[in-house]
Design a protein around this ligand. Structure first.
Ligand SMILES: Cc1cc2nc3c(=O)[nH]c(=O)nc-3n(C[C@H](O)[C@H](O)[C@H](O)COP(=O)(O)O)c2cc1C
Length: 288
């Protein structure tokens, strides 16, 4: 098999990389690397009840959407690394098989963080963190009224990923009812990524805010882009154009020009056009 190196990557880049087997790390250290790397992570703000009806509210960033038909969300309350105990949220979903997953926006972030305090069983974090309970339509746990989106779910399955401290438990949830604040919708009735203002968890104590530093990347052509491998060598081997530039140039249906300038100054000017999203003008400039 032939190996292509489209962009020159100095070997020193690899030499500086840590190369580790998980078995050589303590769980807490491994946890730190994994959470620092897999970030930002969306936050599931989970409202549950126990079999006596006591309400619990806690955030989980091991969370995502995995299917639209059926509508499936998965989050994971892990066994504590410290003492291998389990979390109230896990115990509640095993008992009652229901949860409301609330989406956290920037206005809620400090109260959400407070709610992650390890209060005793039966303590209602809606009260401790100052959120408002709103009655749900299809499940018993209440919704967080302040959340821009509230997803009522039935729990289909809980998959334990291990028995030691740090082991996750996949709570596989099916959405049975959605509540979406109309304030976050755009003119076409879709959720506006700037208006939802969702926050996500990063490594350590860091969070990110979705509407700060947003940028758009158009989806690849449905008609099939030519691909980086089909770009002329003068572009692929450019000392100026980056991988992002090549990605944009390769997202055209047909090679517009194959006689390409190797001049650095031309490549720099083409890069400015690409940064402005003007792919065809960049191609024209690059052609000899
Ligand atoms: C933003 C954020 C994300 C969190 N994500 C997780 C997670 O994915 N899994 C987990 O087990 N704990 C996570 N935690 C910690 C739990 O929220 C915390 O252990 C909480 O006390 C659990 O409450 P419970 O015992 O009432 O369920 C997170 C905390 C915060 C602030």
């Amino acid at each position: 098999m032939q190996t292509y190196f489209y962009k020159a990557v100095p070997l020193s880049t690899f030499a500086a990389m840590l190369s580790i087997s998980p078995k050589d790390l303590k769980t807490a250290q491994l946890h730190g690397y994994l959470l620092g790397a897999v970030s930002p992570r969306p936050i599931c703000f989970a409202s549950t009840v126990d079999s006596d009806g006591n309400v619990n509210l806690s955030p989980f960033s091991f969370f995502n959407v995995f299917s639209a038909n059926p509508p499936i969300l998965v989050f994971s309350p892990a066994r504590r690394v410290r003492d291998n105990t389990t979390k109230h949220t896990l115990e509640n979903v095993l008992e009652t098989k229901e949860v409301v997953i609330n989406i956290v926006n920037y206005d809620m972030v400090q109260q959400m963080s407070l709610s992650s305090t390890e209060y005793a069983a039966g303590v209602n974090e809606f009260v401790k963190a100052g959120f408002t309970e709103a009655a749900s339509e299809k499940v018993v746990p209440p919704r967080v009224l302040e959340a821009p989106v509230q997803l009522e779910c039935k729990v289909n399955e809980v998959v334990a990923l291990g028995t030691e401290g740090g082991a996750g438990n996949l709570v596989i949830c099916e959405v049975v009812h959605l509540h979406i604040d109309e304030k976050i919708l755009d003119a076409n009735g879709k959720i506006d990524p700037a208006k939802i203002d969702a926050v996500a968890r990063m490594g350590g104590n860091w969070y990110s805010r979705s509407n700060v530093g947003m940028f758009e990347v158009e989806k690849p052509l449905t008609t099939l882009g030519i691909g980086v491998d089909a770009l002329p060598a003068a572009i692929r081997n450019s000392k100026v154009l980056t991988g992002n530039d090549l990605g944009m140039l390769a997202n055209v249906e047909q090679l517009p020009f194959d006689n390409i300038s190797e001049e650095k100054e031309i490549h720099k000017k083409a890069q400015v056009l690409l940064n402005n999203g003007d792919v065809m003008s960049a191609w024209q400039l690059l052609s000899k």
